[in-house]
Design a binder for this molecule. Structure first.
Ligand SMILES: Cc1ncc(COP(=O)(O)O)c(C=O)c1O
Length: 419
């Protein structure tokens, strides 16, 4: 018999194996200072393009005051216990009602973290006879939620409606045998590549198939749609999303999340979401802080307008300079370059050290081998100067990538990695 720790010592996992080369720099970097367009990394100022504070809420004086007032009034703990037992307040209810109204649903329920919350929602929405059909590129929290499902599940090709249709045909046949139903899961915006989920087309399939639709709109909430109600509003199909999910971790610059749906569905979820029934309620800082953020979302449309001014300037600037930014239809701005992992590491180091630009980097196995994805998240706090500096830096690093500079620099990295 083996000690389970032996395997852990031998195999640190797909990301963990890079720890000795990457930790503190490419992973677990420490950004310091107030959350904004400029922060400090290893003592030097950088333009930050890797924080999902889309609307720049994190650092608004009204928001900081609301959080501080809530902390002064309640401390960080109140209310204690799960919602069902002792962790319930008028303010939790108020935030739910306001969120529901904002995303145009009958009711909403707060979640203390989006990740666990959506996992539990998937778990609660289906029984073993039901079939889940979900986008193959869905966020880890959806994949983990599907893992809890005891029945059948099918993936459809990423944002491919034809593939969804084929899988719905299979799922329908299967559901007829099991006596169950079908849950389709997609995202409002896919956070790596920035494409909106094809919600309109998915909803269209409801005419042909019988299913319910759950949408994770983490990146769409606050950034898309006329009022900021998200990808469903943007695509004119909010009413056809049966269960809507968004987190406070992005546009709302907080912690927590919510589900919104018809009253009877929320009433059911309230009594069946295991991650909420058996976990501490969201503290007041996030509830009262959430009410303030939502108020600003509703009353300060200039935040979203500024965000989009920056998104358009950045994305158009990159396209005009000949960069491949893929098929994004949201604020998420990917830049695709060709190169190896060691080249990518040398390039990112150059960007940070010599150009003062901090962005996230994604490589194989998240994207195909030989591709480098630099992911930029514009926010309302960025300035045109930040964008100009970044565009110049990107042209310069592309030149260095193409003339082999990073290949040479990365030879040392490869050697260190034993490649
Ligand atoms: C698409 C998506 N869904 C869910 C989550 C999880 O939300 P939370 O951070 O509230 O746990 C994230 C990350 O924040 C996300 O990007």
């Amino acid at each position: 018999m083996r000690d389970i720790f032996d395997r852990i010592r031998e195999n640190k996992g797909p990301l963990g194996k890079w720890a000795s080369q990457a930790e503190g720099y490419f992973v677990f970097p420490k950004l310091e200072g107030h959350i904004s367009n400029r922060m400090k990394f290893q003592g030097k100022e950088v333009i930050t393009w890797s924080i999902n504070d889309y609307l720049g809420m994190a650092n608004l004086p009204e928001v900081i005051k609301a959080d501080a007032d809530a902390a002064a009034a309640h401390g960080a703990a109140y209310p204690m216990g799960a919602r069902m037992m002792s962790g319930h307040t008028d303010f939790h209810e108020q935030l739910q009602q306001e969120l529901a109204a904002f995303v145009n649903k009958e009711a909403a329920y707060l979640l203390n973290f989006g990740y666990q919350g959506i996992m539990s929602a998937i778990d609660a929405l289906v029984s073993k006879d039901d079939i889940i059909v979900y986008d193959v590129d869905a966020h880890a929290c959806i994949i983990d939620g599907v893992r809890l499902h005891m029945g059948k599940r099918f993936t459809f090709k990423h944002n491919d409606v034809e593939s969804l249709e084929k899988n719905l045909e299979r799922a329908t046949k299967m559901a007829e045998q099991t006596g169950g139903g079908i849950l389709v899961i997609s995202e409002g915006v896919f956070g790596m590549r920035g494409e909106q989920g094809k919600l309109k087309e998915i909803v269209e399939l409801k005419k042909k198939f019988n299913f319910r639709l759950l949408v994770d709109d983490a990146h769409g909430f606050g950034t898309l749609g006329k009022t900021g109600a998200g990808a469903g509003e943007e695509q004119g199909v909010q009413d056809d999303i049966d269960v809507y999910f968004a987190t406070f971790a992005k546009s709302m610059a907080g912690i927590g999340a919510f589900l919104a749906a018809d009253q009877e569905i929320i009433d059911y979820l309230k009594y069946n979401l295991r991650s909420q029934m058996f976990a501490k309620s969201l503290p007041m800082i996030y509830v009262k802080g959430g009410l303030k953020r939502l108020e600003l979302l509703k009353t300060k449309p200039e935040l979203k307008a500024k965000l989009w001014e920056n998104v358009n300037a950045l994305q158009n600037g990159l396209k005009d300079a000949g960069f491949d930014i893929g098929t994004t239809t949201s604020c998420v701005t990917p830049v695709y370059l060709k190169g190896s992992i060691p080249e990518a590491m040398a390039l990112v180091k150059d960007l940070r050290e010599n150009y003062g630009i901090f962005c996230s980097i994604v490589v194989y196995p998240v994207i195909p081998k030989g591709l480098i994805l630099l992911r930029l998240i514009p926010t309302a706090t960025h300035t045109m100067e930040d964008i100009e500096i970044t565009l110049k830096a990107f042209s310069s690093i592309r030149e260095r990538l193409e003339n082999g500079t990073y290949k040479r620099l990365s030879a040392a990295v490869s050697k260190a990695m034993g490649e």
